[in-house]
Design a protein around this ligand. Sequence first.
Ligand SMILES: *Cc1c(COP(=O)(O)O)cnc(C)c1O
Length: 349
Amino acid sequence: MSGHDDPIDLRSDTVTRPSTAMREAARNAPVGDDVYGEDPTVAELEARAAGLLGKADALFVPSGTMGNQIAVRAHTERGQELLLDRESHIYRWELGGTAQHAQVQCRTVDASERCVPTPEQISEAFVAEDLHRPGTGLVTLENTHNYRGGVAVPESHVDAACDAAHALGVPVHLDGARLWNAAVALDTAPAALAREADSVMACLSKGLGAPVGSVLAGTESFVDEARRLRKLFGGGMRQAGMIAAPGLEALDNVDRLADDHENARRLATGLDAIDGLRVPTPETNIVVVDSEPAGITSDAFVEGCVARGVRCGSVSEYTTRLCTNLDVDRADVDAAIDRIGRVVRAATE
Ligand SMILES: *Cc1c(COP(=O)(O)O)cnc(C)c1O
């Protein structure tokens, strides 16, 4: 919890500091050279992550972005098309890496209905390879869906998208940066949400609170190829048990994500009660505030919040994102509501 006048940091769930237990785990971790496959702590993390995600094997990667980029490259041939939602993290927030690392072309669909493309959208956007067309090489899905407001996509919709892709002979990668949040919100297992996907990436450094790292899981042969590509991308790490050990601790934080979700609902309810703000009830830990009724642009809103000790991030002209996390408790949420109320009143009086 933050002190009385400390800034409350709601920019992201990535801003958390590692716990004492994580720091102790790093300090005491047995390590070896992981590029030689000799780090027992990394091996333990990979085995545990593979089990939780229901895949044969998993690979520890420095970031979610690297996990996604490796997956796109591993599943595709140069020149193919990647089919994905136009609001996907992979499409919008990874520097167009798919064009650089995998040399694929993105074909986007508007998945606003389900947050993952519907089977009809997949069959319509699918491109069969011929003399003129490159062929669809991969479909990617995202769960929870970050820029659509932390929506937890139910298993039936994920499975339907996977089935539609597979019927066309196209593999599926699941960007599960916050798959743990989706599983908790839907009261299911992460493995159930990833069952039909050929590969899945999940972050340890978001809601779970690890300082570094993500995992990329799939079949043994997929992970073998991913391991080669991680080396190619400069992500082969040596005594990485030092950062894998906090990751193992982080996996114990899955169930407590329910607290973040409850705090997010409390925050949304409190903010929605402020005149001039429109705040839908969040499904997970991402709260999206619309300040257009108050006539406050998101940039002005963020600036006002920062001045009163609440950090948050602009998403579009009138919408702002606030993300509950491990370092923010209920008292912080109540303080944030109070401070933001003052921001809005000061701007509208
Ligand atoms: C954060 C995020 C990523 C990337 O993870 P980094 O560890 O920040 O590189 C990928 N996809 C989604 C949906 C994310 O929210």
